[in-house]
Design a protein around this ligand. Structure first.
Ligand SMILES: Cc1ncc(COP(=O)(O)O)c(C=O)c1O
Length: 363
């Protein structure tokens, strides 16, 4: 049988493993920070109608500029931020924010260039760096995984990256960073600064977001997703907000017609029901706050989270506890941080079941 080693594979891909969280079929999947609430039936019906209409012209290529989707995303983004109004020219979209990040590094990273991130952070950041031939360089965080304007600027000045990735709220720690940190990163950097806001909707209502800083900062990009708060992970829709010149740069690297007409139609329909789609966010925040309160009572200190998941410590053997929970049909995530595990805030019932089972296990 032919193995990978027998193929003339790119040297830098040799010995690599494909990324992927375990996909065990379990009753309680709390491992990849999905929204565990299915979308309401009324929205599903409206999406089906939109898909049926899109199918009427499925013999044609989709709108390469995904105009309706960009307009709908701009309207949605404007409803969530305080900066200057964003228009569709400042919006990009792709198949999940992972693809958005890939486009950003294809355009602004690449061979001979580097991207700076601050681990522990979203593991795909360094993987997308590698797959686009961009050198990944790591900055150090302070105590309790903290970042500050000083920490970020010092690392940028020392490492002089072409791109800086910040993630807020950060996966896997859950902590949000202040706008001062983002401004400091922008000032210190000569390159692009990308703020990954995949979990932005789980911040306390009214919190500032990086999109408030876009005016006058052409090197700033803000990536977001419909996978989390919008409960749309299976549809694969991520987007990015930036100066129109940045969007022009991303056009240079996307494949033509990268967003199918079905994806575009489904996303536009979902966005026309934003209020209903986001009606579960309050409950998810509530379940996250329950985890933040209850886990310490069970002997597991938590990292304060503003996302839909909680990283908890005090786990003497993460693999063992992971296995014990799995035996009860609960899948959470070992993110490779010593003595820590991460759990997604699920529905009230899922969160209760997780906490009840955990209470029966020693740490
Ligand atoms: C911080 C962060 N960014 C981006 C993503 C990717 O999301 P998607 O590709 O589903 O939009 C995730 C997924 O877990 C994430 O945690």
């Amino acid at each position: 049988m032919t193995s990978l080693d027998d193929l003339p594979l790119r040297d830098d891909l040799r010995g690599k493993q494909p990324y992927g969280a375990p996909m065990n079929p379990v009753a309680y999947a709390l491992n990849v920070n999905e929204n565990t609430h299915p979308i309401p039936a009324s929205v599903r019906a409206s999406i089906v109608e939109a898909l049926a209409q899109a199918l009427e012209s499925i013999n044609r290529y989709p709108d390469r500029e995904f105009t309706d989707l960009r307009e709908a995303l701009a309207r949605y983004a404007n409803s969530t931020h305080d900066g200057v109004p964003l228009d569709a020219e400042m919006v990009w979209a792709a198949n999940g924010s992972n693809e958005v990040l890939q486009h950003a590094l294809q355009a602004f990273g690449g061979p001979g260039r580097s991207v700076l991130g601050f681990p522990p952070t979203y593991s795909m950041h360094s993987i997308i760096a590698e797959s686009t031939g961009t050198k990944w360089v790591s900055g150090m965080r302070g105590d309790d995984f903290e970042l500050s304007p000083e920490i970020v600027s010092e690392a940028i000045k020392r490492l002089d990256p072409d791109v800086v990735f910040l993630c807020t709220p950060n996966n896997p720690t859950g902590a949000a960073i202040s706008l001062e940190i983002i401004e400091a990163a922008y000032e210190a950097s000569r390159g692009m600064v990308l703020v990954d806001e995949a979990y932005v909707e789980f911040l306390a209502p009214g919190s500032p977001t990086a999109s408030d800083l876009l005016a006058g900062r052409a090197r700033l990009m803000v990536s977001r997703t419909m996978s989390k708060a919008f409960a749309f992970a299976g549809a694969r829709v991520g987007y990015l907000l930036a100066d129109p010149a940045v969007i022009d740069a991303l056009r240079l690297v996307r494949l033509p017609y990268h967003l199918s007409s079905l994806t575009q139609a489904a996303a536009v329909a979902a966005l026309s029901h934003t209020e209903t789609m986001l009606s579960m966010v309050d409950d998810i925040r509530h379940q996250r706050d329950r985890l933040l309160r209850e886990l310490p009572k069970l002997g597991y200190p938590v990292c304060d989270s503003q996302a839909n998941f909680v990283l908890f410590g005090g786990v003497s053997d993460p693999q063992e506890l992971f296995g014990k929970l799995l035996a009860h049909d609960i899948l959470i995530r070992d993110v490779g941080i010593e003595n820590h595990l991460r759990v997604t805030a699920g529905t009230e019932q899922e969160t209760s079941y997780f906490l009840e089972r955990l209470a029966t296990m020693g740490s």
